[in-house]
Design a protein around this ligand. Structure first.
Ligand code: FAD
Length: 420
């Protein structure tokens, strides 16, 4: 016990200065270690297992903070709540004086081993990369925060799902006028919904993926688009009124709104000729894929980029629910290989994106073995496990060692996951 008390832990902390309280970390933590009872997001050192599940989707990087402290002096939740800024690192001398290991002692770090959550192999839980592809363009991040948001003007709001159905998804075009707001495909922005929540605090910022290319929804314009689904049912199917999605979907041309960001440093597309992109998405998870497709299409039309395969696996319950359904069929076949799965078409067998991936396993196996292929998974959180499992099956059937490949995908920024 004495040994553990004196050992040093690497304590996971959230930077209160850059956290935009978007709730992403808390919503994915499998240990319930992250709380925000007072509004501020804090990590319980007794619950955190360092599983790293919360790291990839944090838009600001506030989640990527650790401090070495003696186990007996781990920062409590109350201490973290009182902070306006993170404490500095303790020096080796301070650590030693406080009862931590001195440099002569063997390594005594006791950050707890990550658990195998729901029986899944650890490597499959943390497979998403936090590194961008080597040839990705440099992203700008956090240019505008909650204290200094940028004002955008709505210049378009178009419904992109069937009018007669309850599923209501909109393509919203935001214009930034003469103020620079540089984004890359795969990045997201934050939307500040006016008003306060039930506790009287400002609504937390919701993130939306950019669904246009870096040079604008309209090429050469300082604008971008979002693809937003109106949330009117929760995941259990009960009626709810999603705060931000309804606000955004109801915006009219000419309205202004407050925006933060841009966010995201790794879910970025490769830029080198010959790089292949495999996009696997459901619903509004198609937003970043749309941006990437526009980018490649524009490069291709200008004759600057002619090599590199694009594959899209896109799933929804029905065709009425699938954003951009009609337009998808107009995409040039030689630009992208489109595979669409519907899981609730009356009278048809349920088909998920994984089923189509299996059907295309011969092509995917070739791409998996190619170091120039980059994978992007975006959409419903529930799709993540099945898609990864399918990639694993395809690799193993092709005789590829999955453990080695998954490490490679992660370490080389070749597999990116954004689910919500
Ligand atoms: C990195 C990132 C990118 C995102 N990109 C997009 C995007 O491009 N388009 C998009 O539409 N959304 C996107 N989201 C989700 C978005 O940020 C909001 O979470 C979503 O719009 C719901 O917010 P809300 O304020 O309307 O609902 P809330 O008021 O936050 O929630 C109301 C209720 O609905 C439930 N709920 C929340 N989200 C959903 C959902 N998606 N489906 C069903 N029930 C839900 C909640 O549990 C709650 O009970 C993204 C999220 C992240 C983290």
């Amino acid at each position: 016990m004495e040994q553990i008390r004196n050992a040093t832990i690497k304590q996971h902390l959230i930077d209160p200065e850059t956290c935009i309280q978007c709730n992403t970390c808390k919503s994915v933590c499998p240990e319930d270690a992250i709380s925000n009872d007072t509004g501020k997001y804090v990590v319980d050192p007794d619950k955190c297992t360092s599983c790293m599940k919360c790291i990839p989707n944090c838009p600001t990087g506030a989640i990527e903070n650790w401090r070495m402290v003696p186990h007996s002096m781990a920062y409590s939740l109350e201490t973290q709540i009182a902070w306006d800024a993170l404490p500095r690192e303790l020096t080796a001398g301070e650590l030693s004086a406080a009862g931590g290991p001195d440099t002569k002692e063997p390594e005594a770090e006791v950050s707890k081993p990550s658990k195998n959550v729901q029986g899944r192999p650890l490597s499959d839980l943390n497979i998403g990369s936090t590194l961008p592809p080597w040839s990705a363009a440099h992203p700008y991040t956090n240019l505008y925060g909650p204290e200094n948001p940028i004002t955008a003007t709505v210049t378009g709001n178009m419904r992109v799902t069937d009018m007669d159905w309850e599923y209501d998804t909109h393509l919203i075009v935001l214009d930034f006028g003469s103020i620079p707001f540089p984004v890359l495909e795969g990045q997201s922005i934050g939307v500040i919904t006016p008003g306060v929540d039930a506790t009287g605090k400002p609504h937390h910022i919701r993130q939306y993926s950019v669904s246009s290319a870096r040079d604008g929804e309209r090429e050469g314009y300082n604008n971008l688009s979002l693809t937003v689904k109106r949330v009117n049912k929760n995941r259990e199917g009960n009626p709810v009124h999603g705060v931000a999605s309804n606000y955004v979907c109801d915006l009219k041309v000419g309205d202004t709104l407050k925006v933060t960001g841009p966010y995201g440093k790794s879910f970025l597309m490769p830029n080198h000729p010959g790089s292949h992109i495999v996009m696997i998405c459901t619903g509004t998870g198609s937003a970043p894929m749309r941006g990437m497709l526009h980018r490649r299409d524009r490069l291709r039309r200008s004759g600057k980029f002619t090599s590199g395969k694009l594959m899209l696996f896109f799933g929804a319950r029905t065709k009425e629910e699938l954003p951009f359904f009609g337009r998808l069929h107009k995409i040039p076949k030689d630009l992208v290989d489109v595979n669409i799965a519907f899981s609730r078409t009356p009278g048809q067998p349920k088909t998920y994106v994984q089923d189509l991936m299996r059907e295309r396993s011969a092509d995917l196996a070739v791409l998996l073995a190619d170091p120039d292929t980059y994978y992007y998974i975006c959409g419903l959180r529930s799709m993540e496990e099945g898609v990864i499992q399918t990639l694993r099956e395809i690799a193993e059937q092709a005789g590829v060692n999955w453990n080695a490949l998954s490490q490679e995908l992660k370490n080389k920024g070749r597999l990116h996951i954004e689910t919500y």
